[in-house]
Write a protein that binds this ligand. Sequence first.
Ligand code: SF4
Ligand code: SF4
Length: 305
Amino acid sequence: MSHPAPTGLVFDVQRFNVHDGPGIRTTVFLKGCPLACRWCHNPEGMRTAPEILVTPDRCIACAACVEACPYDLPSGIAGGWAGSKDLCRACGLCAEACPTGARRLAGQVMTVRQLADEVTRDQVFYDRSGGGVTFSGGEPLSQADFVLACLRDLKERGIHTAVDTCGLVDRGALLEAAALADLFLFDIKHADDASHAEWAGAPNDRILANLEALARVHDAIWVRVPVVPGVNDDAANLRRTAALAASLPGVQRVSLLPYHELGEDKRERVGVPGASFATDPPPQDRMRDIATIFEEAGLLTVIGG
Ligand code: SF4
Ligand code: SF4
C-alpha cells in the first residue's frame, strides 16, 4: 500500500533572504515549535495549526472581513472579535477579503511539489550567489516527513539546502536530514539547563545531545546564539556556550543574533498567551565584546545571520 505524499503547513516563504545561510536564499517558515522562547520573533510559528494574524494599524474599518466570515466572527476592526475567537476555523476567507493585509492567514497547506516548484523559481539567483533554500520556523523538523521529502527533492534539483533548527527534535529525523541538507543552523539559547527551561520552555539536555550527534556526522554547522540582554548575555554563560561550540568538530562558525523588539509586537498580533517580554536590544559595542569571547575560543564569529 502506498503512503500519501506528505504535506506541510507553511506560514511564510521569504525570497531574497540573505540572513539564513550563504548567498541569496528563500526561507521557508513551517508552523509548530516544541519550545516557547519568551523573546520569540516568529510567534506565528509556535502553534501547529493555522491561525489569523492581525495588524490593527493597517485596518481601514471597511468591514469586508465581517461580510466574508461564515460565522460572523470579526468585528470589522482588525484584532477585534465580535464573536468568540475560539470559534474561528482559520479558513482564511476574511484574510482573502481584507484589502490591506490587516488580517493574514498564517499557515497554508503545501505539497512537496508545490513548495519545490515555488522555490525553484529563484534557482538562477541561488546559483549566481552560492545561495539556496533554508527551512526554518517554528521548528522545521516538527514536520519532519515534509521537510525530509523537500530536502530530497531539492537535492535532486541541485539546490543547496539548510535547516534552521532549535535542536529539540527527534534524533532519527535529525540524522536523516543530516544525510540530505548541506548546512545546519543550530540554535544554542542558553548553556545552562535550568535557565534554558526557564526562558525557552524546555531543558537543553536533549538539544545539546542532538547537537553533539549531528556534529559527529555533519561538517557544516553554524551555531546561532540569540543574544538576549538579561537572559543569556552574562560572561559565564557566553564563555560556556563558546567552549561548547568550539569543542564540536562540525561547527564552522558562530552567528550572534542581537535581540530585537519586533517579536513582542507580533506576539500581540497573533495573540500568543503568556507573559509579555521586553528588553532593550544589545548595543553594537556590547555585541563586539561578546564576539571577542567567541573569537578567543577559536571560533569564526559573525554578528547577525
Ligand atoms: S479565518 Fe474564517 S472563521 Fe476565522 S474569522 Fe476569518 S473568515 Fe471567520
Ligand atoms: S477587511 Fe481588513 S481592513 Fe477591512 S475591516 Fe476587516 S481587517 Fe479591517
